[in-house]
Structures are given as structure tokens and as C-alpha cells.
Design a protein around this ligand. Structure first.
Ligand code: LLP
Length: 420
């Protein structure tokens, strides 16, 4: 459930009519609902209530806006980060260093050092090479890095291939059959405090089965590691729970996920960590846009050209993703249209032959479920600016990220004097 509902025929974000935001901030603009973020944070935490003191680290990549992170920090969430930039954001937003988990296959020397100096809770080591590099840095600094070893369980998450991460051929984690040997070797390294295992098999998962298969493999690893005398006190089960972008999609609920986790992990005797992103943020945001014009196309449906484009919301172009498209003030009639942005490539298509509300030039519309992997994946392609972000809270709202105009981007460039 979210807080983007029709009231008196006009779509509101909580108590704010979206036309007000369009008027004052302009379009396109991302609009987030604080109440929805908080609700999802509670639902996810409640779903894990059967576990002993789980730690939830929000996947910052899904929505790194500082205000969004602050909302989640206030709910006691930590952060799952994958770059020095995300780490800086999490800390700036008020997340505690010990609640931060640092994932990613390509952490640089500078980023490992940054994490160490910040005193983060856990590095998820993704390779033997990274483990030894981190150990050397920690020793040089006279510090100890708390670590988990990320294993690649070789499980097909049955999601879009570009967001599947747990198959043998994917770049993530260490091979399952080498995990024990590597964990033991790293446990012997001065500078590393090996405390557990991490796993993440993919995103937008529609079924619990692949997750359960992966978790069972992790459970076996925990037992085998202990049998070898290795300490295992933490297990990070990653993120991945899908959301419903359209009615036909019925992903498992957080409660079903939590029940499965409780059953599979009941005798592990570890503190569990979770890294949800999409399930918290996706349905807490919309991309609000205006129709520039409706362009006739031969005998086919018209092209509705909106002022948002693939540079603002990349998911349809990148993954063929579906985002519900709805009028802000629907007149009750429906039509079929191709929904496209202004960018000069055919990939800038949000939907073809979409059954949608009837819309004309100047009308406002939203792409729903755009709160995760939306603004964060924006670019300035076609010399378009960066879309602003707004956070609504009841009947008030604030611009939580300014629009970055094309002119401001141009100001960061220069033509050297020797170029006549
Ligand atoms: N943990 C790790 C290590 C991850 O790689 C990810 C997502 C997450 C947690 C959060 O997963 P979630 O709970 O959000 O499914 N841009 C793509 C999604 C990429 C996901 C990358 N990793 C999209 O728009 O669908």
C-alpha cells in the first residue's frame, strides 16, 4: 500500500495534490512519500520479528537521497553501501557507522581505507584479492576490519539477467566450493575479524524458492565452517525481495519472506543482516511528468510525448521494465497510446500500446513505483538536466534535491585556451 491516492479526482501524495508540486517545482520531478517509506520500513521489520535482533541495512543504491536515508535512519535502519560516495551519504544522513555494510566487487584502496577509518560494521569481501588487500591496509593502520565473506551460491534467481547476481558466471562473491578454504585463510589474517557469510542472489525476485535454496547452502556452509573451528557470528542474507509493478506480479510478501527466513535459519545461532532496497523505496515514489504533446502515428495509437525521458527513469529502456502510467486528474476514459520521452533514440520508450488514462498536451501524469532505482540512475543524456526530488510529509513537502539545469552541468566543463 502507498500514499499516492486519488482525492476529489486529483492524485495526491499524502495530503498534497500533485498539481501543486508540478506548479511550484516544475516537471519532471520525483515525489516521495515519507509515510510510505516509514510504513514499508515497519512492515519489513515486523516481518522479521521472529528473529533474534536482526539488523536491517537499507540498500542505498536504490535511493540515496539524503532525506530518504534520514527517514530510514530514524527508523533504526543501517545502510548497505557499494561506494565511498554511498558511505559518505549514509553517514551524512545520520546512519551509525557500525550499522553500515560495505558490499561491491570493486572497492578501491581508498574506499577500503575510508570504510576502515569510518569504523563501519562490516565489509562484505567479494574476492580473495580484496580480502588480502583489506588485511594489509588494516595492519598498516593498526586497525581491525570486521568482515563477512560473500559467497556466490550458484543459484538462479529467475529474475532479469542484468540484475541476477548469484550464478556461477556472475562477477559477485567467491565460488561456493572455495568458501571454506578462503574463510579459514582469511580468519588467520591479522587485521581481519572474519565474522560471517554474506549472500545476495539478485533483485526483483518473484519467488522465495531461489532464496531458500541459496540460504540452505549458506546454512550448510555455516555448519561446515564451525566444524573446521571457524567462528561465524553473523550472516548477511542480502536484499532482493520483489515488488508489484503491475497487478499480474505477485511477489512474496515481507511476512512470507520473514517466515521462510525464520524457518531456514532457526538453528544457525547468528545475528542476521538484511539489505532491502526496492521493497522499501519503490512504491514510495512516483515520477511526475507533463505531456508535451500527443503525436499522431499513421493508423496506430498516438505517441504521448512526455517531458520525462530515459535519462530520468532508465528502467524501461534498460530492462524493459513496466511502470504504471496514470493521469493525475483522470477524466474516467481510457485509451491506447505509446508513451515516449523526447530523447533522440527509440530506446526512449516507456511503453508501447499501453492501455492508459486519456491524456492531452499539458496534462500531468505519473510513472508509479519509481522510488527505487529511479532518480539514482539518472543521467544528463541529450544535455537534459537532473530531475529534482521532493519529499512529502502529510500536508507539507520539501525539495530534497534541486533540479540541476543543463547550464549548471555546462559550467563544469571548459574549452582549453590552446583549442583555437
Ligand atoms: N544487496 C546487494 C549486494 C545488492 O547488489 C543489491 C542490489 C541489494 C542488496 C538491494 O536489492 P533490492 O532489495 O533492491 O532488490 N537497477 C536495477 C536493480 C539493481 C540491483 C542491484 N543490487 C533495477 O532498476 O531493477
Amino acid at each position: 500500500m502507498d500514499h499516492f491516492q486519488l482525492r476529489d479526482g486529483v492524485l495526491h501524495a499524502e495530503d498534497v495534490p500533485l498539481p501543486h508540486i508540478a506548479e511550484e517545482v516544475g516537471t519532471p520531478v520525483y515525489v516521495y512519500s515519507r509515510a510510505t517509506l516509514v510504513r514499508h520500513a515497519h512492515v519489513f521489520r515486523d516481518a522479521l520479528s521472529g528473529l533474534d535482533d536482526p539488523h536491517i541495512a537499507f540498500a542505498v543504491k536504490s535511493n540515496p537521497n539524503l532525506a530518504v536515508l534520514r527517514v530510514l535512519a530514524n527508523e533504526g535502519y543501517g545502510a548497505d553501501v557499494v561506494s565511498g560516495g554511498e558511505l559518505a551519504r549514509a553517514l551524512a544522513a545520520g546512519m551509525k557507522p557500525e550499522g553500515v555494510v560495505f558490499s561491491g566487487v570493486g572497492k578501491t584502496h581508498a574506499e577500503l581505507l575510508q570504510g576502515l577509518e569510518a569504523g563501519i560494521g562490516q565489509f562484505n569481501i567479494e574476492s580473495e584479492e580484496e580480502g588480502y588487500e583489506l588485511a594489509a591496509i588494516a595492519r598498516r593502520q593498526g586497525m581491525t576490519a570486521r568482515c563477512a565473506l560473500r559467497v556466490n551460491p550458484d543459484v538462479d534467481a529467475e529474475t532479469h539477467e542484468k540484475i541476477s547476481t548469484g550464478k556461477r558466471e556472475n562477477k559477485f562473491g567467491v565460488p561456493y566450493d572455495r568458501a571454506i578454504q578462503l574463510y579459514a585463510a582469511m580468519s588467520a589474517e591479522e587485521g581481519l575479524d572474519m565474522r560471517g557469510i554474506a549472500v545476495h542472489i539478485g533483485s526483483q525476485l518473484q519467488s522465495l524458492e531461489p532464496l531458500e535454496t541459496a540460504f540452505l547452502k549458506v546454512g550448510a556452509l555455516v555448519r561446515d565452517l564451525r566444524a573446521q573451528g571457524c567462528a561465524v557470528t553473523h550472516v548477511d542474507l542480502g536484499g532482493g525481495l520483489g515488488v508489484s509493478y503491475r497487478e499480474e506480479e505477485t511477489p512474496p510478501s515481507p511476512a512470507e519472506y520473514g517466515a521462510m527466513v525464520a524457518r531456514v535459519t532457526k538453528d544457525w545461532g547468528v545475528r542476521l543482516i538484511f539489505e532491502p532496497g526496492r521493497v522499501i523505496a519503490a512504491n514510495a515514489g512516483v515520477l511526475l511528468a507533463r505531456v508535451i504533446r500527443s503525436k499522431r502515428s499513421g493508423n496506430g495509437p498516438p505517441f504521448l510525448v512526455v517531458d520525462a525521458a530515459m535519462n530520468d527513469l532508465a528502467r524501461p529502456a534498460m530492462y524493459g521494465a513496466w511502470h504504471d502510467f496514470a493521469a493525475v486528474a483522470p477524466d474516467g476514459t481510457r485509451t491506447t497510446a505509446h508513451i515516449v520521452g523526447p530523447i533522440c533514440e527509440t530506446g526512449d520508450t516507456f511503453a508501447m500500446d499501453r492501455d492508459c488514462d486519456t491524456l492531452a498536451a499539458g496534462d500531468l501524469a505519473v510513472f508509479r513505483s519509481a522510488g527505487a532505482y529511479g532518480a539514482t540512475m539518472a543521467s544528463s543524456y541529450n544535455s537534459r538536466g537532473f530531475v529534482p526530488e521532493v519529499l512529502v510529509d502529510g500536508d507539507r513537502y520539501a525539495v530534497v534535491a534541486d533540479r540541476i539545469a543543463p547550464g549548471a552541468i555546462m559550467e563544469s566543463e571548459r574549452v582549453p585556451d590552446w583549442l583555437t
